[in-house]
Ligand binder design. Structure first.
Ligand code: CA
Length: 223
C-alpha cells in the first residue's frame, strides 16, 4: 500500500487530500508547516510526497531541497498557484518530479500520483550505457570515463529516458508525458531548456552534440 506524505497548510485542502487518498487505499500522513513536512519526509518511509509551494516556516522549495540534500529520492509533486514557466523550471530544478496548479481536480492529482508511484518502482537494470556515458541508476551518478558529471534531478531523469531509447528519435510529447508526466510540457519551452542544459553537461567542447535534434520530431541520444 503506497504511503503518501501531504504537506499543505490550507486545512480544507489538506483534509480533502487526506480523505481522498485514504479513500483509495493509500496510507496518508500530513503536515501543515514546512519544517514539519521536512522532518517527516526525511526518514524515507514515504513512496511519494505532495508538497504545497506556499507554506509557513519553510516554503515548498526549501522543503524539497532539504529532502534532496538528505538523500531522499522520493517522488515529489508540487502544488502551487503559480503557473509561469520560470516557476515550473525553478521547482523542477530543485528536484520536483511533477507540478500541479491549483485549483486542481482530485482525479488529476490521483492520476499524477499514480505515474510517480509507478516510476518509483525498482528496475532490474541499474546501469545504462549510451553515448559514451555510464548512467548508474541506483547511485544516481553519470560518468564519462573517469570523470563524474553532476546533473540536477530532472536532467538525470531526462538523460535516463533518452538512454533507454538510445539511437531512437523521441518526441517532445513523449518527453513531456514520460519525464514530466504532463504532455502539455511539449508545448512549453521546458523540454528544450532541459535538453540544452543536459547538452552543456554531457557534450565535450568543440564536438558534435551527443543529443541530435531531429527536425519536426524531437531528439535522439547517440548509442
Ligand atoms: Ca499554502
Amino acid at each position: 500500500m503506497p504511503r503518501v506524505l501531504i504537506v499543505e497548510d490550507e486545512r480544507k485542502v489538506r483534509r480533502g487530500l487526506e480523505e481522498g487518498l485514504a479513500g483509495v487505499g493509500y496510507e496518508v500522513e500530513a503536515a501543515a508547516t514546512g519544517p514539519d513536512g521536512a522532518q517527516l519526509g526525511r526518514d524515507g518511509r514515504f513512496d511519494a510526497v505532495v508538497l504545497d509551494w506556499m507554506l509557513p516556516g519553510m516554503d515548498g522549495l526549501e522543503v524539497l531541497r532539504a529532502l534532496r540534500a538528505a538523500g531522499q529520492s522520493v517522488p515529489v509533486l508540487i502544488l502551487t498557484a503559480r503557473d509561469a514557466v520560470e516557476d515550473r523550471v525553478l521547482g523542477l530544478d530543485a528536484g520536483a518530479d511533477d507540478y500541479l496548479v491549483k485549483p486542481f481536480a482530485f482525479a488529476e492529482l490521483l492520476a499524477r500520483l499514480r505515474v510517480l508511484l509507478r516510476r518509483g518502482q525498482p528496475d532490474r537494470e541499474t546501469v545504462l550505457r549510451a553515448a559514451g556515458l555510464e548512467i548508474d541508476l541506483l547511485r544516481r551518478r553519470v560518468t564519462r570515463g573517469d570523470a563524474e558529471i553532476a546533473l540536477a534531478h530532472k536532467e538525470f531523469a531526462l538523460l535516463e529516458y533518452l538512454a533507454r531509447h538510445k539511437g531512437q528519435a523521441v518526441t517532445r510529447e513523449m518527453l513531456g508525458r514520460d519525464v514530466w508526466a504532463d504532455p502539455s510540457y511539449a508545448l512549453t519551452n521546458v523540454v528544450e531548456v532541459y535538453v540544452n542544459l543536459l547538452r552543456k553537461k554531457i557534450d565535450a567542447p568543440g564536438e558534435r552534440s551527443r543529443i541530435t535534434t531531429v527536425r519536426g520530431v524531437g531528439y535522439r541520444l547517440e548509442e
